[in-house]
Design a protein around this ligand. Structure first.
Ligand code: NI
Length: 161
């Protein structure tokens, strides 16, 4: 195993809507293994397949509740809202305050092609929402007010080159 190359903004693949999987094959299992390696190698708490160049609805998360591997994750309910400064491996050097739900229920398929419904809270819930955003082509930059998109903060300039 090894680490995969992480696509960074403004790579157009990060803006694509990823497609659902009918089932997990050996090919996806191998990809998921690489995604986990890549997440840990970069000290990330989550990673979505489009970040490594694959437009499939697959995410891996390891925030507070152990390693999660989810295929076709979909938020089915949400409770509470709060802000958190988020970073993203695809938007290096940038922190953006993002408002998201505090508790969520997520339906997803696991590595054995079984449908599952689980609830999450705290950082794990936030990271799952961040990764689902990636599957829809959405980035933390989209949560910036328009004037901050035009006028980057001092120190952010390097990342925009
Ligand atoms: Ni990200």
């Amino acid at each position: 195993m090894g680490s995969l190359h992480i696509r960074t903004y403004p790579d157009p693949l990060l803006r694509k809507k990823s497609r659902e999987l009918l089932q997990v094959t050996d090919e996806e299992k191998e990809l998921i293994g690489y995604m986990v390696e890549t997440m840990y190698a970069n000290r990330g708490v989550g990673l979505a397949a489009p970040q490594v160049g694959v437009a499939k609805r697959i995410i891996v998360v390891d925030a507070q509740t152990g390693l999660l591997k989810m295929i076709n994750p979909r938020m089915v309910s949400a409770k509470g809202m709060s802000s958190l400064e988020e970073g993203c491996l695809s938007v290096p050097g940038r922190l953006v305050e993002v408002r998201r739900a505090e508790e969520i229920s997520v339906s997803f398929m696991d590595m054995d092609n079984k449908e599952s419904l689980k609830s999450f809270k705290g950082l794990t819930a936030k990271v799952i929402q961040h990764e689902i955003d990636h599957l829809d082509g959405k980035l933390i930059l989209d949560y910036l007010p328009w004037y901050r998109r035009l006028l980057p903060k001092r120190g952010d300039v390097k990342c925009l080159q």
